[in-house]
Write a protein that binds this ligand. Structure first.
Ligand SMILES: [Zn+2]
Length: 407
């Protein structure tokens, strides 16, 4: 059979049955074919990935063990950022060396998997468990920022740091992956607006106001265990933080915050906000998920909720293997209530977070496109969800910032 003949047979079978039958008897799925193409065309972003500890490992030898990097009073053994295990969360990362350029069976995100999943942009989360020692949260956050920046120096042909929506597009157009930085937890500014400004100067483009506990200026929703509100939402200083983020051009991230903090931030902000990795109460009720009311308020603000894929936040029932359809239920509900312009993807994978079937790592992201197509979500909406909505918010945040800085 000639190629032309085969194409004619294929076309005939597609129009009559909707299923492509190849001569060898294999059945090809036309939706799968379309998903593959659409996924490659789309600008694909994951707005929340816990990759910084991996990049710290990859960039550590050149950056930190070089004796020229540290002064005489520097004690590597006393610096927690030097220790392989510093807290419960970091313990979940594998010991030993790690290279971004290599494929790792046990990591959710590395360069070969990002390429396989046609991923164009990733917000890397800067994160650590609660750090009670004064000064250490800033120091450790700076270490992660250095690791992310050092990784872009180390792999210049594959990744580059992006700080604006236009930079993301330029980097993607050059065939590289854009890395962006998000600070997951307002405690890392250690109650100091100047520290916030310096994080922005280093390239951080969103800050999650709280993690699983209250800061001195914002109430958290907790991560399962109830948290007592201390500020009734945002304190007066918390409002100043939001205003300064607007002025700087840093996205306000309301994942993890208490409902009242969410509404207080919406009342103060002059720019659209994001939720970088959240899910919806309508599918799984959880303190850190959002109600329909919050989805509608978010849409009114012009913001975007990026849907989280961590099983304990998304699956209403406990089971050995959560199907991908549960994650899709959250996405589809958010589209129905907030609208197609207000939903994105922020999968929230760390080393050890259990994942739905067919979404085990970032090489599988095309399966999301496929499932959304099967649910009848329009192709234009799928493209918005994968990156266009996020870039629209970034651009708007940049616009608000420059208008606030005009004297
Ligand atoms: Zn989180």
């Amino acid at each position: 059979m000639t190629l032309t003949h085969k194409m004619m047979v294929t076309a005939l079978l597609v129009t009559t049955t909707g299923v492509v039958v190849w001569p060898a008897g294999q059945v090809a799925d036309p939706v799968r074919e379309r998903a593959r193409q659409l996924h490659r065309e789309a600008l694909v972003m994951d707005v929340h990935a816990d990759m910084a500890p991996f990049l710290e490992k990859d960039t550590q030898p050149a950056r930190i063990t070089d004796p020229g990097m540290s002064g005489p009073g520097y004690d590597a053994a006393a610096d927690p950022a030097q220790q392989p295990v510093v807290d419960a969360w970091t313990k979940t990362f594998p010991p030993g060396p790690w290279s971004f350029a290599e494929r790792h069976p046990d990591s959710y995100m590395d360069l070969p998997k990002l390429r396989e999943g046609s991923v164009d942009g990733v917000f890397v989360a800067i994160y650590m468990d609660r750090e009670p020692r004064p000064g250490m949260a800033v120091k450790r956050a700076l270490g992660q920022i250095d690791a992310i920046r050092a990784a872009t120096d180390k792999y210049p042909r594959d990744i580059a740091l992006a700080t604006t929506a236009d930079e993301v597009r330029r980097i993607v157009a050059s065939g590289r992956i854009a890395l962006l930085m998000g600070l997951e937890g307002g405690y890392m500014i250690e109650d100091n607006i100047r520290v916030l400004r310096m994080f922005h100067a280093l390239g951080v483009r969103y800050m999650t106001l709280t993690h699983c506990f209250n800061t001195h200026w914002a109430d958290s929703s907790g991560c399962g265990d109830p948290v007592q509100p201390e500020h009734g939402g945002l304190s007066p200083f918390g409002r100043e933080v939001v205003k300064e983020m607007n002025r700087l051009g840093m996205m306000v991230d309301l994942t993890h915050v208490a409902d009242q903090t969410f509404y207080d931030a919406l009342a103060v902000t002059k720019a659209p906000v994001i939720l970088s990795h959240s899910a919806v109460d309508a599918v799984k009720e959880h303190a850190r998920n959002v109600s329909d009311d919050m989805l509608r308020a978010l849409a009114k603000n012009g913001g975007v909720i990026h849907i989280d894929a961590v099983i304990k936040y998304i699956d209403p029932i406990e089971r050995p293997a959560t199907p991908l359809s549960v994650f899709i239920d959250h996405v589809v509900h958010a589209i129905e209530v907030a609208g197609p312009d207000h939903v994105g993807i922020g999968l929230d994978y760390g080393y050890d977070a259990p994942k739905p079937v067919d979404l085990e790592d970032c090489s599988k992201y095309e399966n999301i496109t496929y499932e959304l197509l099967k649910r009848g979500v329009p192709e234009s909406t799928i493209k918005k969800i994968w990156g266009e909505n996020t870039l629209r918010v970034m651009k708007e945040v940049e616009r608000v910032s420059s208008s606030l800085n005009q004297h």
